[in-house]
Design a protein around this ligand. Structure first.
Ligand SMILES: [Cu+2]
Length: 340
């Protein structure tokens, strides 16, 4: 257990009187971790191999008053429905735009616009060279669209507004490999993205990357009073979630973070990891790191793969080094579990 005098524990104590927030759940050695391992094997289409050591995640992870749990969406990859067409692998995905109330903290509810009822949207994942087919249905009440980053024909660029109640299909080749994004591109884009219409697209290289405990961290900002400034920020949708509920990982285990800055309005933020250094794979478009650091700067829509292992057990924070942004919700921590 954490030391009650630690800054992390003091931070948590500020919230525990709150009935909307759940105390941390006891670890349940259920099927969640096994499911990830099996999915990983199926994905690679290989015989059993060494797999990443991932602490089990309770099926009833805290939601902090929301309809989804950032502890679940952290390692949740949507591989779509796979089909073979003319000798080619097609991955079909479904995105539905809608509106959901997000509970950002005990005082602030936020009317989000989102894909599939969650912020960020599902992390879509395919392999380089496959065909991606996304069925989009707009039930959001306003016109929306889905604009993907990566190579695709002009007709698939997702800048044409799709009216409420209508749908369309986006189809394009999964290229280039890397960590990309998708978002609504209806003007004003700042508002549509700020309301929550964004997600990550991961395109894996032809040869799989080394086995790792993989997770996504998307940074977002919330203009809660429509004053043209962000009042709150979050990793994966819910402010301060991973401070209240640190991400459990194992000591010495390779961790692969897919990080994306989707904070509108503020020009750029950094990502800083405490007590460690990470290898940087810019835009995830290389198999070798460009350099090693403990801080990286990202403008809006910039993203990278960061890899590291923790040498020491304990709790270690991560956050942008723009401390006003960190202290307004864009802060989290890893809880490194001893390997011995
Ligand atoms: Cu939109």
């Amino acid at each position: 257990m954490s030391n009650l005098d630690s800054p992390l524990e003091r931070f948590r104590q500020r919230f525990i009187h709150n009935p909307l927030l759940h105390r941390r759940q006891l670890l349940k050695y259920g099927l969640a971790g096994l499911g990830l391992t099996t999915a990983g094997l199926a994905w690679q289409g290989l015989k059993p191999q060494p797999t990443a050591k991932i602490p089990p995640v309770a099926a009833n992870s805290p939601t902090m008053g929301n309809s989804f749990s950032p502890m679940q969406t952290l390692r949740d990859f949507d591989y779509g429905t796979v089909k073979q067409e003319n000798g080619r692998t097609v991955r079909e995905f479904k995105l539905v735009a809608g509106n959901t109330t997000l509970q950002l903290n005990t005082a602030v509810s936020f009317n989000s616009w989102n894909f599939n009822g969650r912020v960020p949207a599902p992390t879509l994942r395919a392999k380089a060279g496959e065909l991606i087919r996304v069925s989009f249905l707009n039930q959001g009440g306003h016109s929306h669209s889905v604009h993907f980053h990566g190579f695709h024909p002009a007709a698939m660029d997702g800048i044409k507004p799709i009216r409420n109640g209508r749908g369309t299909i986006y189809e394009f080749e999964a290229e280039p490999y890397g960590v990309h994004l998708y978002h609504c591109h209806v003007a004003p884009v700042t508002r549509h993205v700020g309301k929550g219409l964004y997600g990550m697209l991961i395109i894996d290289p032809p040869e799989p990357r080394p086995v790792a405990d993989e997770m996504v961290l998307l940074m977002g900002g919330y203009d809660t009073n429509d004053d043209g400034k962000n009042e709150l920020y979050a990793f994966n949708g819910v402010p301060d979630y991973y401070m209240m509920h640190p991400i459990e990982i194992y000591q010495h285990q390779l961790i692969r973070l897919y990080v994306l800055n989707m904070i509108e309005i503020d020009p750029a933020v950094t990502f800083h990891l405490h007590a460690n250094m990470f290898d940087v794979y810019p835009t995830g478009m290389s198999l070798k790191p460009s350099h090693t650091s403990d801080v990286i700067t990202m403008g809006t829509a910039e993203r990278h793969i960061l890899e590291f292992k923790f040498k020491y057990p304990g709790e270690f924070m991560f956050h942008p080094h723009q401390d006003g942004i960190a202290e307004n919700g864009c802060m989290g921590a890893f809880k490194v579990i001893s390997a011995t």
